[in-house]
Write a protein that binds this ligand. Structure first.
Ligand SMILES: [Zn+2]
Length: 115
């Protein structure tokens, strides 16, 4: 079983309500490689800010600062746990997830899939 890290992921450098965290040229790309959006787990993007700084935005959620970020590894661990839980639910509650191919031959399934 996968376990989550015991320490919470580090916060975005400046989450103060007074404004969005901004990053200089040398740091923004590293930040974008290490972090994902905490709402949708999607990749983040940079947007230009004044004085050669960069803002972080989520192209799906839109906000420039009204969201948190997670480390990519933490988000991947959450995704793995969700997959394991989904597998357990499927196994323990088979009536909720009937096999749509039950009783069909391999040839029938392949034909239905377009092969
Ligand atoms: Zn997002």
């Amino acid at each position: 079983m996968l376990t989550l890290p015991t320490t919470p992921p580090p916060e975005t450098p400046d989450n103060s309500p007074k404004g969005a965290p901004q990053f200089p040229d040398g740091e923004i790309d590293q930040f974008l490689q290490r972090r994902v959006c905490a709402r949708c787990y999607g990749d983040l993007q940079k947007a230009p800010a004044p004085e050669r700084m960069w803002l972080v935005i989520c192209p799906s959620c839109g906000d420039a600062w009204n969201f948190a970020t997670l480390s990519r590894s933490y988000a991947e661990a959450l995704g793995q746990i969700a997959l394991e839980q989904a597998s357990e639910v499927k196994h323990n509650l088979p009536d909720l997830f009937p096999n749509p191919h039950q009783g069909k031959s391999i040839a029938q399934v392949l034909r239905e899939l377009g092969f």
